[in-house]
Unconditional design. Structure first.
Length: 434
């Protein structure tokens, strides 16, 4: 018997091999199986990375032209004009005041680990050698390297728990609708979250805490949950009070997807480290970047004079050229305004259809990273049914899991296409009987 080569490829979900779709080509938000069969991809490539659409000619031309010049020249020892222009663009005209950037490698999780190491090193260079504790939040996801999973919170990751580094602690997630007590206001809830954070710091010893790590809006696991007003300002103040760094994970919510280039611009604070990845290159090349403050830059350059995190493909020449072109498209006022406006329209449409429905809890998100939160007696059966229904009946790919439907369209999707898809989602939601 001839064995299918796919039987020799171990996949994340080996048992759902039959559900895999063979994509031949993509165009903006469309994925084609052949000339006639297609899907409308509202998952942003499966994991919310697609920002400027599939087969974007401008990006492809840039990528090919760069590859014709150079495959990759080492970040540590060479200069590259596209990398420099990218750094300039990432740091220009932001409402946050991070002035420096580090290209740490390829995946989001690698960027998170680099930020943790840079945070630790900054303290060390400044003479604080005891700060080796990181505090993160429940229901977070920061990547799949060993330290990134240690600060994340997913049940399946616990099989690795004996490998986790020590000195990693968690506080509650920040999710008003889910965690509020009866009668509690948003202000009271926010204060409770901040008190919990400060209490944890005092319990662990403020002089031992290195950094707090959080996703600016709680991402894929929870469903783009926006923080209450004053939450990040409060976290920033507590970090400052005890000399603790704030690391923001914008791997999924940075790079324009929320309608500000950096999501934290909505909250008016500056983190010590801000990590971006997915949308940075829209999936055309793996790349991450970590924004830094002057304090870190100077601590390292005036101290030991080197970073100790390094990878072969950090600041990849082709990756930076691609990221430069994607950023030139996305980081324009008119483009970001459209993302905000379209996101607002989608949320309003969802509210207008579903408000008052007993299984609809809320619509969440910023810009074009949106979720519909629901509650059914059998959540798994709703999620499986709904995902398959949208796929079979309307050719719409949707991420439906746990308690939420995620919408992560490319930011270049047309208003008509997006709103008509959202209408179908809402009508089918209303039709669903448990
Ligand atoms: C918020 C967040 N951080 C980090 C990561 C890890 O990124 P990567 O899978 O590229 O390592 C992800 C991936 O989904 C993410 O959503």
């Amino acid at each position: 018997m001839i064995m299918d080569i796919n039987d020799k490829i171990l996949r994340t979900f080996p048992n759902s091999k039959n559900e895999l779709i063979r994509i031949i080509f993509g165009k903006n938000e469309m994925l084609y199986l052949n000339d006639k069969n297609y899907y409308i991809d509202l998952t942003g490539g499966g994991t919310s990375f697609n920002t400027v659409g599939y087969s974007n000619r401008r990006i492809i031309n840039k990528m090919v032209n760069k590859a014709l010049l150079i495959s990759h020249a080492d970040f540590k020892t060479t200069l590259d004009e596209d990398r420099e222009k990218l750094a300039e663009l990432l740091l220009k005209d932001n409402k946050i005041s991070n002035e420096f950037v580090y290209f740490a490698g390829n995946s989001g999780g690698e960027g998170i680990e680099a930020a943790m190491k840079l945070s630790y090193q900054t303290h060390l260079e400044l003479g604080y050698s005891k700060r080796n504790i990181f505090i993160s939040r429940m229901e977070s996801y920061h990547g799949s390297s060993t330290d990134a999973i240690a600060i994340s919170d997913r049940k399946n990751l616990l099989i690795y728990k004996d490998l986790f580094p020590c000195n990693r602690y968690k506080i509650s997630d920040h999710y008003f609708i889910k965690n509020r007590r009866i009668g509690e206001t948003k202000e009271e809830y926010t204060k409770r979250c901040l008190d919990e954070f400060e209490k944890k710091i005092l319990e662990l010893g403020p002089e031992k805490v290195c950094a707090f790590i959080g996703e600016t809006i709680m991402g894929g696991l929870q469903g783009f949950i926006e923080p209450c007003d004053g939450y990040w300002k409060g976290i920033r103040d507590i970090c400052d009070k005890y000399g603790i760094h704030l690391i923001l994970d914008e791997v999924i919510c940075g790079c324009g997807v929320t309608g500000n280039y950096y999501c934290i611009e909505y909250d008016g604070i500056t983190p010590d480290f801000l990590v971006i990845s997915k949308g940075l290159t829209s999936g055309y090349f793996p790349l991450n970047a970590v924004l830094l403050t002057r304090k870190t830059y100077e601590a390292i350059s005036n101290g030991s004079g080197r970073t100790n995190h390094s990878t072969t493909f950090q600041g990849h020449s082709i990756g930076c050229a691609v990221a430069l072109e994607v950023t030139k498209i996305v980081k324009r006022h008119i483009f970001l305004k459209r993302v905000q406006k379209l996101g607002d329209l989608v949320r309003q449409k969802i509210e207008s259809y579903l408000k008052g429905h007993p299984n609809f809890i809320a619509v969440h998100g910023r810009g074009l990273r949106i979720s519909i939160e629901y509650s059914f007696n059998n959540m798994i059966s709703f999620a499986d049914y709904f995902r398959n229904l949208m796929k079979q009946k309307y050719k719409i790919l949707l991420d439906v899991k746990w308690h939420r439907i995620l919408l992560s369209p490319p930011l270049t999707i047309s208003e008509d296409k997006l709103l008509s898809s959202v209408e179908k989602i809402c009508l089918e939601f209303l039709n669903y009987k448990e």
